[in-house]
Design a protein around this ligand. Structure first.
Ligand SMILES: Nc1nc2c(ncn2[C@@H]2O[C@H](COP(=O)(O)OP(=O)(O)OP(=O)(O)O)[C@@H](O)[C@H]2O)c(=O)[nH]1
Length: 207
């Protein structure tokens, strides 16, 4: 039987410590959420398969450490990324103010061929907290920032109740697919990736 090949898409999630990067990834891949906080050390990834227009893809989603003392990622880690997900907490102004730094850091480390057109997606997380009464970053302010950076797609999410998580990752996948060059990285169908989960299928979005 002919082996079908899956194209590998590398997604990197960046943002301040505690904004919910790990939780967003777990909600998307495993449909699970935990209230407990466990700091990410270095980076960790989960994978998920998806089908888009008759082609199979494997999303390799890298969750990185927000805490400076746990950041130990070199240039090699960032290279080859197909989409970068910037994340902040809508209830914490400092996490929003850090976005410029995270974006710059990514562009320096990954040095994409066309930095002006590299796909970023912004997630404003924890919109569920206190029914939204404690938020300090308005949607308008976040969208203005996105516009100033070349119209980055923006989603307001809750990793806790799942609001917009599927939609956001569909958009992330679509942007990653569009960014992937003709020379593609493929995975054989039989590969067993350490640390990965058994993914579910889904299709990409219109974003
Ligand atoms: N209410 C609420 N809590 C959340 C949400 N997302 C994450 N949390 C909580 O926020 C805390 C931090 O979440 P993490 O996902 O570990 O944050 P992180 O950005 O990965 O943190 P680092 O590993 O330090 O970079 C945990 O206690 C989560 O349960 C959300 O959407 N709503």
């Amino acid at each position: 039987m002919a082996s079908r090949r899956r194209k590998l898409l590398k997604i990197i999630i960046l943002g301040d410590s505690g904004v919910g990067k790990t939780s967003l990834m777990n909600q998307f891949v495993n449909k699970k959420f935990s209230n407990q906080y466990k700091a990410t050390i270095g980076a960790d990834f989960l994978t998920k398969e998806l089908q888009f227009e008759d082609r199979l893809f494997t999303l390799q989603i890298w969750d990185t450490a927000g805490q400076e003392r746990f950041q130990s990622l070199g240039v090699a880690f960032y290279r080859g990324a197909d989409c970068c997900v910037l994340t902040y907490d809508v209830n914490v102004m400092k996490s929003f103010e850090s976005l410029n730094r995270w974006r710059e850091e990514f562009l320096i480390q990954a040095s994409p061929a066309d930095p002006d057109n590299f796909p970023f997606v912004l997630l404003g997380n924890k919109i569920d907290v206190d029914g939204g009464s404690g938020r300090v970053v308005s949607e308008k302010k976040a969208k203005a920032w996105c516009m100033s950076k070349g119209n980055i797609p923006y989603f307001e999410t809750s990793a806790k109740d799942g609001t917009n998580v599927e939609e956001a990752f569909q958009c992330i996948a679509k942007n990653a697919i569009q960014n992937e060059p003709e020379e593609e990285t493929y995975l054989p169908d039989t590969i067993d990736m350490a640390g990965s989960t058994r993914p579910q299928s889904s299709s990409a979005c219109e974003c």
